[in-house]
Design a protein around this ligand. Sequence first.
Ligand SMILES: [Zn+2]
Length: 262
Amino acid sequence: MKKQYVFLSHDVDWNFGGPSKDHILKRKDRFDEIVLKNTPINKLYRNFSEYMEIEEKYGVKSTFFFRTQYENGKYTDYEDDIKILKKGGWEIGLHTDPSSINDINKIGEEKRNIEKIIGSKIYGNRVHYLSNDKEFLKKLYELDFIYDSSFRKTKDSITSDEMGYQKINGIIEFPVTLMDAYLFTHMQISEDKIIETIDKTLKYCRQLNLEFNIISILWHDNVLKMKGGRMYGKILEFLSSQEDIEMVNGIQLASKIIKTNN
Ligand SMILES: [Zn+2]
């Protein structure tokens, strides 16, 4: 049976305390009343321990992409969380700021800032708001990154362009197949149809019979307590019920590809 790889990752888009109370209350129908009532407001958007617990249950340790430039806070506020994740075996990657991608010095500085916290090198990148820029990958290669996961052609469809991987300018590119925000907004998929959608995507991927059959799932750190986002546990439960699936993080998957090609 040919293996299907599922690359799991989380972008940490918000600063440590999350958005303002005002911002949250304006969008309070995103949450169940009980969740709003029982969660401190600055913890509504932060879910590291919850993700760790879910993923450990299914034997996977995903990738967390951290920014180094947050609108209303410092990335160093995440220092303890980053260290806990790293020590637990999760992968830490860079969530590059869009204002850095044309300047190799800025990208390098962002990379080193995260590396200083974890005390070792990082190999994976994703651009905040994504990017299809091949020149950018050249810069990543020069900075010793191994892979990137920022490509996506459209916001409202799931096609073979968003599966598998490509080697571009020395970098392994894993396009984003499924993302919480696109599923629930641009694709208008309701919570009760999410497993069906993932099942369909997998069936499509299996038929492609690529060298590596891969789908990547981006689930933002901040959505786990929200309607829609709270389906993450169910998604992993479904994936782990599929015999041919192996859930991996980015560097695990890149290593398999490098090993096969050598
Ligand atoms: Zn982002």
